[in-house]
Design a protein around this ligand. Structure first.
Ligand SMILES: *Cc1c(COP(=O)(O)O)cnc(C)c1O
Length: 359
């Protein structure tokens, strides 16, 4: 039976990217050697690194004064790399979920942290608004999409201080005005590629301003290197993950780039939210104006709470994979990232309708 993959990350990848990865494992770039077995110091690999960076810059329209890095360690490593490189005295954080809270926790190793606003009071089911960003801080940190709770900051906000964003789960889902941010980072395994590569987009003039000494691997300047070809090559980069990222970026470009992606994503999300709002068995958990285009969270309606396990079984039997909600929200979460085809969303909607008909 056809499976519909709604995993939150790692998650569905474009079929084309998977197929070319399979081929590259057999034979990379007509070298007679597979991608898992090549040296990263070869012209073929240098070309992939350069093309990946070029495509990334093109799709996100990244200005020249920003450097792009593809590292290991995951977004969780950036939680401390960011403050290590930028935090002198104090930083401000918007606490919109567990990832944001974890990011703030790491910043406390380097200085004072002010939580500007938090939605923890309502289990992070909304994005706080009307807060004031302090001006006596080194930066203000936000999480643009809250993967676990299904809330999203849909606009590039204005900040009087350097704005830092964890965009792990919504980068490439819409056009972004990179010039409004000091650093954008995230793990690739939601919208960009497989697990193993972490992207960092950093405005270069922000670096080298902290008083502390930085370990070589923590200092972003190490990974920027002296020349284009040194970039993200200080140590062995996650070669295979970057290769699949390269193929994923080509797929995004072929579909028309981020404007086109955004349109498709809005259509998919609307389809599913409309069904949640219409169907008497289910309710959405996120505040409507903050609903994420990437992670759609819903639970059984109060009078149908006893049917949660039944719907889970029903959905599984219909080929739905990965719709169990995170334990801190419960219920269901359908992650409908870029690579999740519209037909999967349609199948889930039909499954919800079929389930409703039984009662
Ligand atoms: C998944 C996720 C993370 C954690 O990423 P790792 O690469 O596993 O460290 C951090 N922030 C957000 C918003 C996420 O969705």
């Amino acid at each position: 039976m056809k499976k519909h993959n709604f995993n939150a990350g790692p998650c569905v990848l474009p079929r084309e990217a998977v197929e070319s990865a399979i081929e590259a494992i057999r034979d990379f770039d007509n070298t007679g050697i597979g991608i898992l077995e090549i040296s990263h110091r070869t012209p073929g690999w240098e070309r992939i690194m350069k093309e990946t960076a070029d495509l990334w810059r093109e799709l996100l329209n990244i200005p020249d004064n920003y450097k792009v890095l593809f590292l290991g360690g995951g977004a969780s490593t950036q939680f401390f790399h960011v403050p290590a490189n930028l935090l002198n005295k104090k930083a401000a954080y918007l606490q919109t979920g567990v990832w944001a809270k974890k990011a703030a926790k790491e910043a406390k190793f380097y200085g004072d942290v002010e939580i500007v606003a938090s939605s923890e009071d309502k289990n992070y089911s909304y994005v706080p608004k009307g807060y004031t960003i302090p001006t006596d801080v080194d930066y203000f940190h936000i999480t643009t999409n809250n993967t676990i709770y299904g809330t999203e900051i849909h606009e590039d906000i204005d900040s009087p201080v350097t704005l830092i964003a964890d965009m792990s789960s919504d980068i490439l889902s819409r056009p972004v005005d990179v010039s409004k941010y000091g650093i954008i980072y995230g793990g690739a395994q939601k919208n960009v590629g497989p697990a193993g590569v972490t992207f960092v987009i950093v405005r270069e003039d922000l670096l080298g301003k902290v008083d502390r000494k930085l370990q070589t691997m923590v200092d972003y300047r190490t990974h920027i290197g002296d020349a284009e070809k040194d970039r993200s090559m200080f140590n062995t980069p996650p070669v295979f993950s970057i290769f699949v990222m390269h193929e994923t970026l080509k797929w995004v470009k072929n579909l028309g780039g981020l404007e086109a992606m955004h349109k498709l994503n809005k259509e998919k999300a609307e389809l599913l939210y409309n069904e949640i709002d219409r169907n008497k068995m289910f309710v959405g958990t996120a505040a409507k104006e903050d609903r994420s285009l990437m992670n759609v969270c819903f639970v059984m309606a109060e009078e149908h709470k006893d049917k949660e396990a039944a719907f889970m079984d029903f959905a599984k039997a219909a080929g739905m994979v990965g719709i169990k909600g995170h334990r801190s929200v419960g219920g269901f979460r359908a992650s409908i990232y870029n690579a999740c085809p519209r037909e999967s969303v349609e199948a889930l909607v039909k499954c919800m309708q079929d389930f409703e008909k039984q009662f």
